[in-house]
Write a protein that binds this ligand. Structure first.
Ligand SMILES: Cc1cc2nc3c(=O)[nH]c(=O)nc-3n(C[C@H](O)[C@H](O)[C@H](O)COP(=O)(O)OP(=O)(O)OC[C@H]3O[C@@H](n4cnc5c(N)ncnc54)[C@H](O)[C@@H]3O)c2cc1C
Ligand code: SF4
Length: 590
């Protein structure tokens, strides 16, 4: 029999970006809020202190801050006819674990979506006609517009202390920023990060081709900054230990540095670590939740009663928790019925490495978001009918770290071991820069998430199964970007050039890192037949359950997701504060 805890108003499942935001908003409202996090407690001091944090083997290679697959993983297959097998060694994506979640070890690339991306199906159909859509492509509109989210993008910019240069303020194009972005109500809170040699070279090459380079919007602070919660950031010192590490310097915006320090001051907020939630408990009528069940650090089952449950456990974990709890109808791609698990999508990356014998880049001077980028190939800039695909990508030249184990690119043909490798490493360390493309991924009828029929976790519960493969549409998009990157790279006249883009026919490979930008499976929308959540990220089926994170995206953006993830969390919080608490029930009538 499960132990029972004292009831709370709100239980937050997971304590990453999304639930740090929700925790702050609902604690400000005076509600009694409790967060349950499966991993350990973490903060800048003592956990990220120097020199402990600058240990590449422990953090960069052995993934100390990420979840251990033995504790939580998924199974993977390419198609409906295959048997999925477990993802046993982290590679393709690196889910977070512990207080702060993946927001502790992220890079801080901080993009807003294009307005068109939030209504992608409508945009494509209105602009290019319905026939352009491949038969099995299931892209949808979010049900919330860029204009509705703009105040939340703006506030989250300020919470993060984003360093950047605006390109469009209230419809007026600004020199030096992204001329293709949606209108912003304000300039970024901080100026761009300082430039490095790769930035200057890329800027020159891009301008020579008529493109519009600008500094990547970054959540690595360029100057000392105090955010609206009173949290202080120090200027980034380009330490080169950013992605996969906690920031030693209070410079990278994270749940810890931006929100949790202030949230912990609220007496009506509490959190417990080592608590893995395994179910959202439902009332007999299945229309409301009564709390959650978790396994505590001693392996005991505990029931935590709550009036509102907010699930913020990262994209696919959210989907598994809904499926394990019997919330919503599981998606079946054969009959095309049900919704939970529908529209899983990933992201399409490619890149080029340029080697210059006579240039020294000092790559150990790097920050997670130190980069120059162009957005001339954004979703709203490409003629999909002419190019034969739906999607888009931004290009960037980034210098994020020069750590020797993971960052020692060598020209093609260099020996991979022994004296020859040592000589090549000596000759080329610090003599290369990269140009990469970061692209969208559409959703398809047979790319989805479900409970695995064969594999179980250590509690005896089914693992989540991912059925996913690349589709020709998205591979064509990356081939289009390959030509653009190739042209830019050649303009820089490197001594050697190494290109890495997926060819038509390539299958998804879980081994190399791609991005932890998994989306979909518990998507938001306007119709309960094709979405799990309404426009406020509220479950259509169980009205006191809200589900936050990129599981809400009906297809993937061409950008990094966290700005949208955060803005949607503020949007849901506003709906709870202003509407739900006064009249608990569905916020949208289906
Ligand atoms: C290496 C890396 C680099 C990235 N770089 C960028 C970037 O530059 N820009 C960008 O926009 N995005 C980036 N991201 C993505 C970004 O980190 C995520 O979008 C963001 O952290 C998502 O926040 P979240 O709250 O949804 O989930 P998370 O941050 O993953 O937090 C979820 C929390 O829930 C906990 N949890 C899971 N299951 C349970 C359970 N059953 N019970 C209790 N707790 C549970 C987890 O332990 C975790 O702490 C990056 C991610 C990674 C891994
Ligand atoms: S590069 Fe800057 S933001 Fe990143 S960990 Fe180092 S000091 Fe922090």
């Amino acid at each position: 029999m499960a132990q029972q805890q004292k009831a709370v108003d709100v239980v937050l499942v997971g304590l990453g970006w999304t639930n740090a935001i929700m925790g702050m908003e609902l604690a400000q409202e005076g509600l009694n809020v409790l967060a349950l996090e499966r991993g350990e407690d973490r903060d800048t001091v003592p956990d990220f202190a120097y020199p402990k944090m600058a240990d590449e083997l422990t953090y960069g290679v052995r993934y100390k801050l990420m979840v251990k697959p033995a504790k939580s993983t998924i199974t993977v297959r390419h198609s409906l006819t295959e048997t999925a097998v477990p993802y046993r060694h982290l590679g393709s994506f690196l889910p977070g674990d512990g207080v702060g979640g993946a927001g502790t070890h992220w890079n801080g690339h901080t993009w807003r979506p294009m307005p068109e991306e939030l209504r992608l199906r409508s945009y494509v159909e209105e602009t290019f006609g319905k026939n352009i859509m491949p038969m099995d492509m299931t892209i949808q509109d979010y049900g919330v517009s860029y204009e509705e989210l703009e105040p939340h993008f703006d506030f989250f910019d300020k919470v993060l202390g984003v360093s950047g240069k605006a390109g469009n303020i209230n419809g007026k194009i600004q020199a030096g920023g992204n001329p293709f972005e949606g209108p912003r109500s304000n300039e970024y809170p901080l100026p761009p990060l300082k430039r490095t040699l790769n930035d200057d070279l890329f800027t020159e090459a891009a301008k020579a081709q008529g493109l519009h380079p600008f500094p990547l919007p970054s959540s690595n602070a360029s100057e000392a900054y105090t955010n609206p919660y009173g949290m202080q950031l120090g200027p980034c010192n380009f330490c080169g230990f950013c992605e996969r590490y906690g920031c030693i310097n209070y410079s990278k915006a994270s749940p810890q540095t931006s929100i949790l320090g202030a949230l912990k001051q609220h007496k009506n907020f509490a959190y417990r670590t080592g608590c893995e939630v395994i179910k959202v408990n439902l009332a007999d009528d299945k229309k409301t939740a009564i709390g959650v069940t978790y396994i505590d650090g001693n392996g005991e089952e505990v029931f935590q009663p709550a009036k509102i449950v907010v699930v913020g456990t990262f994209a696919y974990n959210n989907v598994r928790l809904l499926l394990l709890s019997g919330i919503g109808q599981p998606y079946d791609p054969v009959s095309n019925t049900g919704t939970v698990g529908r529209n899983y999508a990933y992201q399409m990356m490619g890149g080029a490495t340029l080697f210059f014998k006579d240039k020294v880049f000092n790559p150990f001077i790097g920050a997670g978001s130190n980069a120059t980028t162009v957005d001339d190939f954004a979703i709203n800039q490409i003629d999909f009918a002419k190019e034969g695909f739906i999607g888009g990508s931004y290009l960037l030249a980034a210098q994020t770290n020069g750590q020797p184990i993971r960052n020692l690119p060598l020209p093609q043909g260099s020996p991979s071991w022994g004296t020859g490798w040592k000589k090549a490493a000596k000759d080329y360390y610090g003599h290369s820069m990269t140009i990469s493309s970061h692209g969208s991924n559409m959703s398809y009828r047979d790319c989805y998430l479900s409970l695995d029929p064969n594999y179980k976790d250590n509690h005896g519960l089914p693992l989540l199964r991912l059925t996913f493969d690349w589709k020709e549409n998205d591979l064509r998009m990356t081939q289009f970007m390959k030509n653009k990157v190739g042209a830019l790279a050649k303009g820089l006249n490197p001594d050697f050039l190494k290109m890495s883009f997926k060819d038509i026919g390539t299958h998804y490979d879980v081994r190399p890192y791609q991005s932890t930008h998994n989306v979909g499976g518990a998507i938001m929308g306007t119709d309960p037949k094709t979405s799990v959540l309404n426009r406020y990220q509220q479950s259509w089926d169980v009205h006191n359950v809200f589900v936050l994170g990129s599981s809400s995206f009906p297809q993937n953006l061409q950008y990094n997701p966290t700005m949208l993830v955060g803005a949607l969390a503020y949007w849901s919080a506003k709906a709870i504060r202003e509407q739900y608490l006064k009249h608990p029930g569905p916020l949208v009538q289906a």
